[in-house]
Write a new protein. Structure first.
Length: 454
């Protein structure tokens, strides 16, 4: 995990780097934004259902630790680190790639240049699954220059690798397409993952159903932290830990500081796990999880002592199993919550550039009482600069619930989010609207779909 979060500001510039990932995906970069279809709005009602997920296998922690031993050996043989631009990093990529190639994955090494040095992302696709619904799991593979980076982030890299190998051993046939990734130069500002996402054609970004991130999951004085970004992914992890009797907390220390941010910034649902870095474990946390209060979760964070001796086996084991559980569960079918009625409008609505607000509507009928306190609002807006957009949910009585503010620093495109609104004071029945206004010039788009799940 890197020390300082990056900030993206200013208008987007056209990418000029070669699209190495385009070869992997077999698609060219799209042209201009297509005009929205001029069809009449048609609202549909459906009950969501999740395909039954096969049980994930136990991930042997001894296998994960064997990968960590290999990364330690690679570091020791290459100047004591596996940092961007150093031979230890490329050797780490080669080790991972050989394992994945032997297991039947289609692997691609994506090159980029940063600070005058060549960096590498490793992408591994498992054959099969719906190519229009891609579930990704990833971790950064680089260390800082001051140490071998075994917890940060050999732990996440090794667990993702062993989960991928478990997919192969099981001959797993998920409904979604599975893609695993190991990022370069994360420690220098999420460089590798930002390069990957930035060079992913917009049409392919829309196919990524979710990205799971694993950065530091074996800290020696561990906590059990879950990202609170996408509610479905978050619940998947929380349900797993609840099932084994391990309490969790929301992850805040690394928020925006790891590779999930590259995906979140373009509207892709994200989630992940973390066991703590330089923050101090409180007495309450020590009582909850064990370990030592008043001591950092990882005293060797970004230091030369981040070796194979800097790993808590129990935390590594639990988080590796949780990783596999999420991959098996979330790739089984829809990532919508397993229960509830969904009302959806899929008619395209053009959004005027720096113009008046437009709406997409769904009519709800036949329900009793008020809307729930956890009303889920699905928003899919195709737009070339999401920072221009203000998005509101309008209840049948005209009450407005702000979902998204405009922001000059929100430089990604598209809005693909599921928001949760406390609408318990509103009657469920009636016409609900998604209201969208473009508040600045030069960028265009349209509402692709709008849904409510009760």
């Amino acid at each position: 995990m890197r020390i300082v979060p990056s900030r993206i500001s200013g208008r987007r510039t056209t990418a000029t780097a070669a699209l190495a990932v385009a070869a992997l995906l077999g698609t060219a970069a799209p042209g201009a934004l297509a005009a929205p279809a001029a069809t009449a709005a048609t609202a549909t009602t459906a009950t969501t259902a999740t395909a039954a997920a096969a049980a994930a296998p136990d991930i042997p922690v001894v296998n994960v630790k064997a990968h960590l031993s290999q990364l330690q050996s690679i570091s020791s043989a290459n100047g004591g680190n596996r940092a961007h631009g150093r031979p230890g990093y490329k050797a780490s990529v080669d080790y991972m790639k050989a394992k994945l190639d032997a297991a039947g994955f289609t692997t691609t090494v994506q090159q980029f240049t940063y600070n005058g040095a060549t960096g590498y992302n490793l992408i591994a696709d498992w054959p099969g699954g719906d190519p229009n619904q891609v579930l990704m799991a990833g971790a950064h593979l680089d260390s800082v220059s001051s140490g071998p980076g075994i917890n940060d982030n050999g732990s996440g890299s090794a667990a993702v690798l062993e989960t991928a190998l478990a997919v192969s051993r099981a001959g797993f046939k998920p409904a979604k397409h599975l893609r695993f990734a190991w990022w370069g130069a994360e420690e220098l500002g999420l460089v590798g993952s930002r390069y990957y996402v930035g060079n992913l054609p917009t049409s392919e970004r829309g196919k990524v159903a979710g990205y799971l991130n694993f950065d530091m999951i074996g800290s020696p004085n561990p906590g059990y932290f879950v990202y609170d970004d996408d509610p479905v992914i978050e619940k998947t992890f929380k349900d797993y830990f609840a099932g084994i009797g391990v309490p969790t907390e929301i992850e805040t220390e690394g928020d925006g500081r790891s590779d999930h941010a590259s995906f979140k910034n373009v509207g892709i649902p994200v989630g992940g796990l973390f066991t703590g870095a330089s923050r101090t474990k409180t007495s309450a946390q020590a009582q909850k999880w064990g370990g030592t209060a008043g001591q950092a979760f990882d005293r060797c964070y970004h230091s030369s002592c981040d070796t194979t001796s800097n790993i808590n086996d129990t935390a590594l084991d639990r988080n590796s199993d949780a990783l596999a559980h999420a991959v098996w569960t979330l790739s089984a079918g829809t990532t919508e919550p397993p229960t509830g009625d969904t009302y959806e409008n899929t008619a395209d609505v053009a959004i005027p550039d720096n113009g008046a607000a437009v709406t997409s509507s769904v009519t709800v009928s036949g329900r009793s009482g008020n809307a729930p306190s956890g009303l889920r609002v699905g928003v899919d807006i195709v737009h070339t600069w999401r920072g221009d957009l203000v998005v509101d949910l309008i209840a049948p009585d005209g009450s407005a619930y702000r979902l998204k503010n405009a922001s000059g620093s929100d430089s990604a495109d598209n809005v693909r989010e599921t928001y949760t609104v406390d609408a318990s004071s509103e009657s469920a029945n009636g016409t609900w609207q998604l209201r969208v206004q473009d508040t600045a010039r030069y960028d265009t788009g349209y509402i692709n779909s709008f849904s409510l799940t009760f």
